[in-house]
Write a protein that binds this ligand. Structure first.
Ligand code: ATP
Length: 363
């Protein structure tokens, strides 16, 4: 059963439909992300779940209890929704110790002293911060301060944690480290998480499932691998990971494989889930689906840019009027200006105008 259930949630700001019939459920212990570019409506959706924003239509349930029902004008205030929240501008109180920071929400609720001590000790164990209770925030690293903010959200034993870009104030290295820590903290606490981010790497790495949003709507709701490999729409395909397009013509569709023509060359790829009806298509492929071959086969092109990525090289290759990106292991070292031949092992096929239609089907 879903701990959080959102059904056909709609929120308008004047003419802008910030959330447009958004529906999803978050299961127990699930790490669920709302992912999308700035303005897609993810924060509005999270704020409606938190009760900080009142939607115009739909329903929200938390732990089996309705907290918002437009039809019945039911709108439970945030402090009665049993949620824990951490925002981008997480504020830990500088004049309080770690212990006092985490105990604060419990004190407000007039929880007894022994119970507070017990609860804070438990939260500190989850955060791996036992022993640091008397430190002040200025004596903590950025990551530890972030964990104190999480601790405060965990103190009241919420049904769900709502996190809005909680890592975006941290530098790149720390952010990466906190991703793993957050997963571990979640496992320890056993709580479901609703996570809002515009960072696809973060969402792919941490989530059990992701809802990718565009202009107030969920375009695709699925586990990370499926979102990456079988994106539902042109928008999701383009937003997640890296992808380049090659305009081709469909020559033959024979069950398991489809044959395409690009200039004089023939390209055969496994049939993707969706093959547009018309003859003209865009072949969309990830950099790792391309590789270079020796003389004779593949599509002829020229390397225009090489960049080193540690574990490999990324090559921008000009093929006629288009450019594709090819990712190779780091022992394949070619030079800018070199002529190469490239083959592709798999891709998706889009209608030729799909890039101007975000909702166009991709897989
Ligand atoms: P970001 O990552 O920039 O926060 P987001 O995906 O979270 O973006 P929202 O903040 O939910 O997007 O905004 C969705 C849309 O609703 C945007 O067009 C935004 O300008 C509009 N919007 C959000 N809050 C308000 C508000 N209080 N008043 C008017 N318009 C708003």
């Amino acid at each position: 059963m879903g701990v959080v259930k959102v059904e056909r949630l709609t929120k308008r700001f004047g003419k802008v439909v910030a959330a447009d019939e958004v529906s999803f459920e978050i299961a127990e212990r699930e790490f669920f992300s709302l992912l999308g570019p700035s303005g897609c409506g993810k924060t509005t959706t999270l704020r409606c779940v938190a009760g900080l924003e009142t939607a115009d239509a739909g329903t929200i349930e938390i732990a089996g209890r309705p907290v918002y029902r437009a039809a019945e004008r039911l709108d439970v205030p945030p402090n009665e929704r049993n949620i824990g929240m951490v925002f981008q501008s997480y504020a830990v109180w500088p004049h309080m110790t770690v212990f006092e920071n985490i105990a604060y929400p419990l004190r407000i609720r007039k929880v007894s002293q022994p119970r507070i001590a017990e609860r804070v000790a438990h939260v500190l164990r989850i955060l791996s911060m036992t022993g640091l209770e008397q430190r002040r925030p200025s004596q903590l690293s950025g990551g530890q301060q972030q964990r104190v903010a999480l601790g405060r959200a965990l103190a009241l034993e919420p049904s769900v944690l709502l996190l809005d870009e909680p890592l975006s104030n941290l530098d790149a290295k720390l952010r990466e480290q906190m991703r793993a820590e957050l997963k571990l903290i979640q496992r320890e606490s056993g709580l479901p998480i609703l996570y809002v981010t515009h960072d696809q790497t973060e969402a792919l790495a941490m989530s059990d499932r992701i809802a990718v949003m565009c202009a107030g709507r969920i375009h695709h709701l699925a586990p990370p691998e499926e979102i990456y490999r079988r994106p539902a729409t042109a928008f999701v395909l383009d937003f997640i990971g890296s992808v380049t397009y090659l305009p081709c013509r469909v020559e033959a569709r024979n069950g398991a494989r489809v044959t395409l023509r690009w200039r004089e060359a023939t390209i055969t790829v496994p049939s993707p889930p969706h093959v547009p009806r018309g003859p003209d298509v865009l072949l969309a492929a990830r950099p790792e689906s391309w590789r270079f071959v020796g003389d004779g086969g593949g599509l002829p092109g020229t390397i225009v840019l090489r960049s080193f990525h540690g574990s490999g090289f990324e090559y921008h290759v000009r093929l006629g009027e288009t450019e594709i990106t090819v990712m190779t292991p780091n022992d394949i070292r070619l030079n800018e200006g070199e002529t190469v031949r490239a083959v592709v092992s798999e891709g998706l096929l889009l209608e030729p105008d799909a890039l101007s239609r975000p909702e166009a089907r991709a897989a």
